[in-house]
Design a protein around this ligand. Structure first.
Ligand SMILES: Cc1cc2nc3c(=O)[nH]c(=O)nc-3n(C[C@H](O)[C@H](O)[C@H](O)COP(=O)(O)OP(=O)(O)OC[C@H]3O[C@@H](n4cnc5c(N)ncnc54)[C@H](O)[C@@H]3O)c2cc1C
Length: 620
């Protein structure tokens, strides 16, 4: 069969664009099939990138050669480091986006990418021969042969939108749903389920009374997401805070009889951590108020996103509810809030490369894997795109484990736990989070991106230089003794107890609350200028010195973890004959078909004694 296109990506959302760009950059002739070119990389919901743990994902996508970080750095309108009051491991950047510019900038990169073609169409069927994908069928372009395909259809598969008692088909408001693809995948044996998500109303900015809401600015000295961003002086456009009132809750309560969520019309499971406002007032009935953030959707926008007010209640209730909120007494709605139900494919059906276990060359990425969020989608798209390219080139697959990246945690959670509610990334999901920081993503991963040909030599070298500088600085701190006459004035200045004999600089730095900036004058000039070359590098040196003990402990744990990860389980293993493990473990292992002992040990229902039995059997 002649392949004009080797890899087909279905869907130009956040997963699809990363998948398509990376595959094309790996010299694979790639076709992106998407419903609407102007909707490429559209933000369906909040106009923001990053946030807790999501910011880590964005930095990792960047270190591996993805686009999200670079594009938000040039289209963001407010940047903020979240969690500053907590430990450094969980600091996470977030940016308000100009969502129009974001999507336009991505479109520009997609359209200008060599090896990448884009058509507007709807994929309706996957064609399979001998358990391998051979073509994707579309409505207008017929059957298009391929060697691999990545489905990134987001919330569009049999999408059903709910506003009050009204329900209608759609992939997002004012966009068609995609029919046929789920049924086609079901026919070839891939199981699907139903999930739900929701979005708040958008209101007119000039109907807000700004005297009653509190402005919220970003950081004065913000840090970019991408380690490749060299010039960074973004805008700092405020959001505004207000809150619901007792009256709001009474209004919403009275509308519950017309809520699709509470009348049983919505069957799909929604995101527990991101409840609708009606969910909040029912679940947290004792609270008289919930915080609301008013976020501009782009620069000088007259359209404002009402963050915290996601709802599928009828429009009249939405409006009355909004108007009971301080500052929104005269609010006018531009677009109503709504809920959407859509098909997804439970993720136990995937390998860690995101290829389906059932059909060779067929990959799934993004919201269709049961995740929620732009960042999760982009991370999955990137990994699927890389692996589709490697699959075509018949090269070793690419994957990240839990000790290497949040992306590794995300994929491992998906394939070993197969969540049946929308999955989102949390810092608490990453057990090695002290090592997997936002600030060191480039040093952790850019060598992998470079090996894949996705990070150029210049930025690869930058990451290496940073690593070497940190090492040199730590050596200096650990080997340089400071005498009382030199350090005591600094200590006194910081209300710290003074010293009476020489002490290593490292010991001084380890004092709680003591910052490395006070010690920089002790560094030799050349080392200091290397440190100052990279913003935030002094902080990284401080973290590595202060948390050395914890970091070493995590490195030891990782050694143990890696040993289990390297024990492979043959794909052909017949679990039904293994009598030494429990019935539940047999069923779970048969369903999930883990690739390694490590993965098997994380499947709920598989106990440590099942794992011991399995290891004995594999040794034999
Ligand atoms: C109403 C709503 C509320 C949301 N709320 C939140 C939230 O609160 N928090 C959060 O983190 N995330 C939320 N999301 C999810 C967020 O939008 C997604 O996680 C993210 O956009 C998923 O990216 P994706 O690339 O998987 O899919 P999408 O961004 O949905 O993109 C899918 C793309 O595929 C195209 N497509 C689909 N089917 C076909 C086909 N058969 N043929 C050709 N093209 C096709 C579509 O046109 C679209 O361009 C919400 C989404 C919606 C719709």
């Amino acid at each position: 069969m002649k392949h004009a296109f080797e890899n087909i990506v279905v869907g130009g959302g956040h997963a699809g664009v990363e998948a398509a760009l990376v595959s094309a950059r790996m010299d694979i002739n790639t076709l992106l099939i998407t419903m609407e070119k102007t909707a490429i990389a559209r933000m369906s919901c909040n106009p923001a990138i990053g946030g807790l743990a999501k910011g880590h994902l964005v930095a990792e996508i960047d270190a591996l050669g993805g686009e999200m970080a670079k594009v938000i750095d040039i289209t963001g309108i407010q940047f903020k480091m979240l969690n500053r009051s907590k430990g450094r491991a969980v600091w996470s950047p977030r940016a308000q986006a100009d969502k129009n510019q974001y999507s336009l900038e991505i479109q520009k990169r997609v359209m200008n990418q060599d090896n990448l073609s884009v058509i507007e169409d709807i994929a309706t069927k996957i064609v399979v021969e001998n358990s391998r994908i051979v073509a994707v069928e579309t409505i207008n372009h017929g059957s298009i042969p391929c060697k691999t395909a990545i489905i990134t259809a987001g919330t569009f598969l049999n999408g059903l939108i709910h506003i009050g008692m009204d329900q209608f088909s759609g992939g997002r408001l004012d966009e068609k749903s995609a029919v046929g693809l789920t049924e086609s995948l079901n026919k070839i044996g891939i199981k699907s389920g139903r999930l739900k998500t929701g979005t708040p109303p958008r209101i007119k900015a000039d109907t807000i009374d700004y005297t009653k809401v509190l402005p919220q600015y970003g950081d004065k000295d913000p840090i970019p997401f991408s380690f490749q961003t060299e010039r960074f002086s973004p805008k700092n456009i405020p959001c505004y805070i207000t809150h619901t009132t007792k009256t709001t809750h009474e209004i919403l309560y009275r509308g519950l009889d017309r809520s699709p969520l509470y009348s049983g019309k919505i069957r799909g499971v929604g995101p527990r951590y991101c409840p609708s406002i009606e969910d909040k007032i029912v679940r947290f009935g004792d609270r008289n108020s919930h915080q609301i953030f008013l976020e501009p959707e782009w620069e000088n926008a007259n359209q404002v996103y009402v963050n915290g007010f996601s709802t599928s209640l009828p429009l009249d209730i939405q409006l009355r509810g909004l108007r009971s909120i301080p500052g929104l007494e005269n609010a006018e709605i531009i677009k109503p809030g709504y809920a959407i139900e859509y098909d997804y494919f439970p993720s136990y059906q995937l390998k860690r490369t995101l290829e389906t276990k059932l059909i060779g060359g067929l990959f799934l990425a993004g919201q269709v894997n049961g995740t929620s969020g732009y960042e999760e989608a982009a991370a999955l798209g990137l990994v699927a795109g890389i692996n589709a390219a490697l699959n075509i080139r018949e090269e070793k697959p690419f994957f990240l484990d839990r000790s290497e990246a949040y992306i590794g945690v995300l994929i491992d959670d998906l394939i070993t736990k197969s969540p049946n509610e929308p999955y989102r990334m949390f810092t608490s999901s990453a057990e090695y989070r002290l090592l997997l920081r936002f600030d060191n993503a480039d040093m952790r991963l850019s060598h992998k991106g470079h090996l894949l040909g996705l990070i150029n030599d210049h930025y690869f070298k930058t990451a290496n230089t940073k690593r070497a500088t940190i090492k040199a600085a730590i050596n200096f701190l650990e080997s340089t003794t400071v005498c009382p006459a030199d350090i005591n004035p600094i200590l006194q200045n910081q209300n710290e107890s003074t010293i009476h004999s020489g002490v290593l600089l490292q010991k001084i730095l380890c004092r709680p609350g003591f910052h490395i900036s006070a010690l920089l004058s002790f560094f030799p000039a050349d080392l200091l200028s290397r440190i100052r070359q990279y913003k935030g590098l002094d902080d990284q040196i401080e973290i590595d010195v202060k948390y050395k003990g914890y970091i070493h402990r995590q490195i030891k744990q990782i050694d143990r973890f890696k040993r289990q990860e390297s024990l492979r389980i043959p794909g052909s293993l017949d679990y039904s004959n293994i009598k030494s493990i429990t019935k539940e473990a047999r069923e779970k292992l048969h369903k999930f078909r883990p690739e390694t002992i490590g993965q098997a040990s994380r499947i709920p229902g598989v106990s440590p004694s099942d794992i011991t039995s399995l290891m004995i059997l594999l040794k034999r």
